[in-house]
Design a binder for this molecule. Structure first.
Ligand code: SF4
Ligand code: SF4
Length: 454
């Protein structure tokens, strides 16, 4: 059966519309007459070739908005066997900071992963890389708590992974998401050892110190600044993620300017806080949707003035994908207790969403992992082409259903969007409108690479 054309009509300014074909990477400003012609064409209504409508249709076909082969969907085959060659280790639930909006309420529990489990996970992904014929495998470290607090464990994992890579003749990629509060010796080891590091930093000193204080209550800004300046000197590939709350949204341009001016990250994200975890006790809250949309656009303009592209994860115009993250699939993340989850946020077995995202555990008898194949299959089906709620959304191949853990927090039965849908659509439609405005007066079809089709 021939698949339907995916075209979306989005409101533009002054009663004008935009017609957007994400899979064709084409966009056009259109009045209602053009919208009607495209609508009729998609419904199979015959349009006389020698009529004015026929002329318009020909032009739209020539410029690639419609007609010809319907583009393939950016989906993944569902029948690929589970064989991850990348693992993320949640080494510890301990943390040296007490961030006011921490999703995991980190630092309350104090569990470290036994080295035996970490080694088994590394063995597993290295073996998978061999089976798949890849020349590399990857080992990452992420939250729950702060991975570098379990320092000797982290070093032992890195060194073990390196020894396995050497033995098998494979390349190794080490990555980490961390708060960046390091001693000089840790900084040096990380810069020498890791391929990519993602650091959370919320902007100028007073904001960072308020949002992300040390466990002792002291500020964390200076330690992170020292780390990033060191990374800038060494040329390590790193990114910064800044989180804005209702309390800091009015300073979003200052946040962007501070980060662009002070550091040289390879990528820079600004994200709204979610109301979860420690927000319940601190009462930190996300910014209002319209505040974030307008604020993010101002921050992006500040970044552009510094030659930097500032990103927001829910509106990735440059990405066409069916998955927001690795959670609807084979993301292999091991929690300190040896539980395997596909989502970074579902760290507790008591979380009702554990029944969706926890799909395996370490078995001390066999010294390897046991997986629940049914859950793996169910997770794979959570990519956006299987989420009816997103069917009519023009963001669907950019946002890809957003963070599904957050979606299932709202409704555990089925994905019905997330709290960020309005923001995602608002930021993306504004970026599409910018493209159209930047190309006036040509008024032609715009390719998303920024070129007007001739
Ligand atoms: S589902 Fe959401 S919380 Fe989980 S890993 Fe993906 S983005 Fe993170
Ligand atoms: S409906 Fe919401 S979650 Fe789905 S693609 Fe659109 S913005 Fe994303």
């Amino acid at each position: 059966m021939k698949r339907k054309e995916e075209l979306f009509v989005i409101d533009h300014s002054n009663g004008q519309k935009m017609i957007y074909a994400p899979l064709r990477k084409r966009l056009i400003a259109a009045n209602q007459d053009v919208v009607n012609i495209v609508h009729d064409h998609c419904l199979g209504v015959r349009i006389a070739p020698d009529s004015p409508a026929g002329d318009i249709l020909r032009k739209l076909k020539k410029e690639g908005l419609i007609g010809g082969k319907v583009p393939d969907l950016p989906t993944h085959p569902q029948n690929i066997a589970f064989c991850p060659h990348e693992v993320t280790l949640f080494l510890t639930s301990r943390c040296n900071l007490r961030c006011r909006y921490c999703y995991a309420d980190a630092g309350i529990k104090k569990i470290d992963m036994p080295l035996e489990i970490a080694k088994a996970a590394i063995d597993y992904v290295a073996a998978s890389a061999g089976i798949l014929g890849h020349d590399s495998f990857a080992v990452g470290f992420h939250g729950g708590g702060e991975p570098t607090v379990a320092w000797s464990l982290l070093v032992a994992c890195c060194e073990y992974a390196r020894s396995i890579a050497e033995k098998k003749g494979l390349n190794l990629e080490l990555f980490a998401a961390t708060n960046g509060v390091f001693t000089p010796a840790k900084r040096q080891y990380i810069a020498q050892t890791f391929k990519t590091v993602n650091i959370s930093l919320d902007g100028p000193e007073d904001i960072q110190n308020y949002n992300r204080p040390m466990r002792s209550g002291r500020g964390s800004y200076q330690a992170i600044k020292d780390t990033l300046e060191y990374f800038d000197k060494t040329g390590l590939y790193y990114g910064i993620r800044a989180t804005v709350t209702a309390a800091t949204i009015d300073r979003i341009e200052e946040i962007a300017e501070h980060l662009c001016k002070t550091f040289r990250p390879a990528y820079l994200h600004i994200e709204p806080a979610w109301f979860c975890g420690r927000c319940l006790t601190t009462q930190e809250s996300p910014p209002e949707d319209d505040q974030f949309i307008a604020g993010f656009r101002r921050a992006k303009a500040v970044g552009a003035a510094y030659g930097r592209d500032i990103h927001y994860s829910g509106a990735r115009l440059d990405v066409l994908t069916c998955k927001f993250c690795g959670a609807p699939g084979d993301s292999f993340t091991v929690l300190p207790e040896g539980i395997v989850t596909s989502c970074y946020e579902i760290t507790e077995m008591t979380d009702p969403r554990a029944a969706i995202f926890h799909y395996g555990k370490y078995d001390p008898e066999t010294k390897t992992f046991q997986f629940n194949q049914e859950r793996i299959e169910a997770l794979k089906k959570l990519s956006v082409e299987n989420l009816p709620f997103c069917d009519d959304c023009f963001c669907r191949w950019h946002c890809a259903g957003d963070c599904i853990a957050k979606a299932f927090k709202i409704n555990i039965e089925q994905h019905q969007g997330t709290e960020r849908c309005t923001i995602n659509r608002g930021v993306l439609s504004a970026e599409l409108a910018d493209l159209i405005n930047a190309h006036e007066p040509e008024q032609g079809i715009i390719s998303l690479e920024g070129e007007v089709a001739k």
